[in-house]
Design a protein around this ligand. Structure first.
Ligand SMILES: C[S@@+](CC[C@H](N)C(=O)[O-])C[C@H]1O[C@@H](n2cnc3c(N)ncnc32)[C@H](O)[C@@H]1O
Length: 228
């Protein structure tokens, strides 16, 4: 089956406003953590100091999701009160919390920060996965070469497989370098990604085009089969 993917450059809330209600099977996103992020080389994130812009997506996410489906949100511990108020206000219920243990310390202050986490939210009562994931996972470091807070495809792909089916539409409104779209495409899902920064939109489109070439090559029959 041919899949169509869509990467849209712009502000998530404004783009989502134009998306049809009930058209998305799974939201899987890694929003700016609202923590004034700066990496060791000084790279920062657009939107990380704009809570209103980031939190404005939740009513839209609730509307565009089909009834009885999931939204997975990577989110740091620092802005949980704002995020959880926004998702509850939009109508989401909390279904779980996944923690990835890192083998290194991302930063140290009051504690050595050695984990990453995501919240599993639900709209209505989705059918639970046949084989539920453990809520403790081992982290794979992406290397952050493409984006300052890039997630590894190895971390995102199991979430895509657990919470959506082949052919489903997977939406990431804070796409960054395109990892969610890549994981979705590799697993036979359709991807919609929204990203504010033009350079990351272009990067995501290039990564997705690479995945599509790879998937099509795998689908092509071997030469001996064509000859036969
Ligand atoms: C935490 S990063 C996502 C990184 C991604 N998971 C990856 O693997 O590359 C969040 C992204 O959201 C984008 N962003 C921030 N505010 C936005 C907004 N209002 N609309 C769309 N994208 C936004 C930032 O430019 C950033 O690339």
């Amino acid at each position: 089956m041919e899949h169509t993917h869509d990467i849209i450059c712009g502000d998530a809330a404004s783009v989502l406003d134009r998306l049809e209600g009930g058209s998305v099977d799974l939201v899987l996103t890694d929003a700016p953590y609202l923590c004034n992020y700066r990496d060791r080389t000084g790279r920062s994130l657009k939107g990380d100091n704009s809570p209103d812009m980031v939190l404005a997506v939740f009513p839209h996410l609730y509307r565009v999701l089909k009834d009885h489906s999931y939204c997975l949100l990577f989110c740091g511990w620092n802005a949980i009160p704002q995020f959880s108020a926004a998702w509850q206000e939009a109508g989401f219920q909390t279904a779980g919390h996944i923690v990835w243990r890192k083998s290194y310390t991302s930063s140290a202050r009051h504690l050595q920060y050695q984990h990453e986490s995501a919240w599993l939210l639900r709209k209505g009562n989705p059918t639970p996965p046949d084989k539920p994931l453990a809520d403790m996972q081992e982290w794979t470091y992406s290397g952050n070469r493409l984006h300052p807070t890039e997630k590894a495809v190895e971390v995102i792909a199991p979430l895509v497989r657990a919470f959506s089916k082949p052919g489903d539409v997977v939406l990431d409104p804070f796409l960054g370098s395109g990892t969610t779209a890549v994981a979705a495409a590799l697993n036979g899902r359709q991807a919609i990604g929204i990203e504010l920064e033009a350079r990351y939109c272009e990067l995501a489109k290039r990564r997705l085009a690479g995945v599509e070439r790879f998937v099509q090559k795998k689908r092509r029959p071997a030469p001996e089969k064509i000859a036969a």
